[in-house]
Design a protein. Structure first.
Length: 313
């Protein structure tokens, strides 16, 4: 098996085909910005509601291009020691004591030995700067909006030059710029300075046709009639005043759950019983279950019948 890195797509159509090969159904605007990010070597900043497929794009790129996926999950309090590197202090102390026990008293030599790469713990950002015969890795910086603004400012430096300075070792620079995907659920605004370093794309909820294609690709065992009804039902749900509308991830979970329950069509009782797969807040579930679920199912079926009559004319 060759270790040569797989070539990047050379057109928007190739980019769409690349995504499709991993069962990721993307519209042309997303394929365009992804193609440009790959060709220009720029980070891709993806913003949108949770569950619309932002993180999946990085996974698909790593899989289809044969690259290593390195994920940095952001959270409040994330710092350099967790994101970039830290020293293995326990191992260093043991090495110092063993050297002293062996009669080694040259402090400069001991210091040189314990501050070598052998004792360096590489975190995601530093791992992304390591050379790899398979090509530059895919670096996923997930949910940047959860990190503090101080870390966001530090990230500006990293994205500018893809190098970090470790005082004991010097400057470490990536031999090849990683493929960077940054995601945000927009729980807070990200500073313009970070966005300027990236190509930007808003990942919204798919329309009915694209969501149908996604369910067919990701949940192929779901009966066709059930797929049509549940997609139309979810599309209708997103138009309601809910605390959190279901994402594509929830649609797929619901399709799998209903298939496990041997459903071939939406049943009001079954829908009410499985709303916890689709909706994640009790107020939303209470608003939909029972009579509302029955009304939505009736409206969904009427919409499907109208579409079928229209296509047959």
């Amino acid at each position: 098996m060759s270790n040569e890195p797989l070539r990047l797509p050379t057109s928007i159509d190739e980019t769409q085909a690349l995504l499709r090969a991993a069962h990721y159904v993307a519209d042309r605007s997303l394929a365009t910005v992804l193609f440009l990010a790959l060709r220009l070597g720029r980070p891709l900043f993806l913003e949108g509601e949770a569950g619309v497929g932002k993180t999946e794009i990085a996974k698909v790129l790593a899989s289809t291009l044969g690259r290593r996926l390195i994920r940095l999950q952001c959270y409040e309090g994330l710092d350099v020691a967790t994101a970039v590197y830290e020293w293995n202090y326990t191992a260093q102390m043991m090495a110092i004591r063993l050297s002293e026990a062996a009669g080694e008293h040259d402090k400069e030599r001991i210091e040189h030995d314990v501050f070598s790469e052998r004792y360096l713990i590489k975190r995601p950002l530093l791992q992304a700067m390591e050379p790899n015969v398979a090509g530059a890795p895919v670096l996923l910086i997930d949910e940047i909006d959860r990190a503090d603004e101080a870390f966001e400012a530090f990230l500006l430096e990293v994205l500018s030059d893809f190098q970090v300075t470790i005082p004991e070792l010097g400057v470490i620079k990536a031999p090849e710029t990683p493929i960077v995907v940054i995601t945000s659920n927009r729980t807070r605004e990200i500073h313009d300075a970070l966005k300027r370093r990236c190509l930007y794309h808003w990942v919204g909820y798919p329309d009915a046709a694209r969501e149908m294609a996604i369910v067919r690709a990701k949940a192929p065992h779901a009966p066709e009639g059930l797929t049509r009804e549940l997609v139309a039902f979810v599309q209708r749900l997103r138009k309601l005043d809910l605390f959190k509308s279901p994402g594509v991830a929830e649609t797929l979970d619901w399709a799998s759950a209903l298939t496990e329950l041997d459903a071939f069509a939406l049943d009001p009782t079954q829908v009410s019983d499985t709303l916890g797969v689709l909706l994640k807040y009790q107020d939303d579930i209470a608003k939909i279950e029972g009579a509302t679920a029955q009304t939505l199912i009736d409206e969904t079926r009427a919409e499907i019948r109208r579409a079928e009559l229209g296509s047959s004319l």
